[in-house]
Design a protein around this ligand. Structure first.
Ligand code: IFM
Length: 445
């Protein structure tokens, strides 16, 4: 197994709507996920993030877990409507106070706070005036970023502008299975472009305010043709443009993939691409697997996802366990995008955990998954990819968006009835891995 240098950053990630709960407390405004999850049929089991892991009240216990885990850093996100209930204008001091307490607690525990400014929970008030379909939202985002940086920036030295705008646009605006539940190519194009613009504007605002390390996060994965033939290769490149390059290329190359240009014509204005292209201090990469696609004229945009090949191991999400994806994606960034500094800001797996009578979970599959993907990170580093850190997804079992609480990604089990936290075997494995700076072989049940 490969080992990692002393300065390699080990962490875990979470996001606000998925863990905080306290949806109606201390002046928090509504987000598009509050609205969406209360609509019938949107979320498995009718779950909502109203309570989630009750992290808003139990953050002290969660910081203890982070300390016990021995991570260098903790990536969490700020709930925009908790800070600005109307999305702009009036600041909710109580909301900011919560993040103050969280940051202070983390620093006291010796864990560096990595603050992500947007993880999909757009204030409903902004959605009501157009949301990401409206250009103005990009400027409101920059104002909000400034408010947060102004308040926490004296103690935080890493800000991450956005989490996975590409997935947000795809699932929320093209496929309609995430908030705000829209599905058209035009809305996808507008949302993706305005999210890209917001990232650039937010970056510019923060760059001029302080000397923080600034990055942004994309969820990328290799796209493979699921069958032989030029037509399948061609649509895999089209799918790659929709899935990955719609945000990656503008950010690192200052241009959209040619296949997407026609649909973006109506929304891109002069000067936008200069705003969007940025040399961030690092790129956050969230990676879980790969896509396999084929030509299918009957499907949306003519491409169909095949899912894992027969016999392949799957996670509880139905995703293929394909560690090689990590290596392939990192090498693509090395070869086609100038080898930017990368931090793996998410990687992990949902498996059907079976707790014993004491609540202990011997999640050997999760441990094996993490070890296998980490090995590919080490391999890519040896091949020259500039990878500087790794964050597991996620600290806690949490609200997995359209899947509700049924899919568990945590290193720590959460009993959603009692809110008890019980570290799983993978938690102990990760602690040892961090302590040794090297993935530990085998797993402990
Ligand atoms: O839970 C999500 C997270 O919010 C964004 N990245 C993927 C994770 C697993 O689906």
């Amino acid at each position: 197994m490969g080992s990692f240098p002393e300065e390699f950053v080990w962490g875990v990630s979470t996001s606000a709507y998925q863990i905080e709960g306290a949806a109606r407390e201390d002046g928090r405004g509504e987000s598009i996920w509050d609205t969406f999850s209360r609509e019938e049929g949107r979320i498995a089991g009718g779950d909502t993030g109203d309570v989630a892991c009750d992290h808003y009240h139990r953050y002290g216990r969660d910081i203890e877990l982070l300390k016990q885990l021995g991570v260098d850093a903790y990536r969490f996100s700020i709930s925009w409507p908790r800070v600005l209930p109307e999305g702009k204008g009036r600041v909710n001091r109580k909301g900011l106070d919560f993040y103050d307490r969280l940051v202070d607690g983390l620093l006291e525990a010796g864990v560096a706070p990595w603050v992500c400014l947007y993880h999909w929970d757009l204030p409903q008030a902004l959605e009501d005036s157009g949301g990401w379909l409206d250009r103005d939202t990009a400027w409101y985002f920059a104002d909000y970023a400034e408010t947060v940086a102004d308040s926490l920036g004296d103690r935080v030295d890493r800000f991450l502008l956005m989490n996975e705008p590409n997935v947000h646009a795809l699932l929320g605006y093209l496929l309609g299975i995430h908030a705000p539940g829209r599905h058209s190519i035009g809305e996808f194009a507008a949302a993706a472009h305005h999210l890209n613009l917001a990232t650039g504007l937010g970056y510019e605002r923060l760059r001029h305010m302080g000397d923080w390390q600034l990055g942004t996060i994309l969820n990328l994965e290799p796209v493979h043709a699921g069958r032989e033939g030029d037509e399948h290769e061609e649509v895999s490149s089209l799918f790659d443009a929709f899935r990955n390059r719609v945000c990656l290329d503008p950010l690192l190359k200052g241009e959209y993939p040619a296949q997407l240009a026609p649909m973006l014509e109506a929304v891109v204005r002069d000067g936008d691409m200069q705003q969007i292209r940025r040399e961030m201090d690092f790129l956050g990469l969230n990676l879980y697997g790969r896509s396999r696609v084929i030509l299918d004229p009957g499907s949306l945009v003519g491409v169909r996802e095949l899912g894992p090949p027969e016999g392949a191991q799957r996670t509880d999400m139905g995703w293929e366990v394909y560690p090689q994806a990590m290596y392939e994606q990192l090498l693509e960034l090395r070869d086609k995008y100038g080898n930017p500094p990368v931090v793996i800001t998410e990687n992990g797996a949902a498996f059907e955990d079976r707790p014993d009578a004491t609540g202990h979970v011997a999640d050997t599959e999760r441990t094996a998954y993490l070890a296998a993907y980490l090995e590919q990170v080490a391999r890519a580093r040896e091949a020259g990819a500039d990878v500087r850190g790794y964050f597991a997804w996620s600290l806690l079992d949490n609200f997995e968006w359209a899947e509700g609480y049924g899919k568990r990604f945590g290193l720590v089990r959460v009993d959603f009835e009692t809110q008890e936290r019980i570290p799983k075997a993978s938690f102990h494995w990760y602690r040892e891995t961090i302590a040794r700076n090297e993935p530990v072989a085998g797993s402990r049940g």
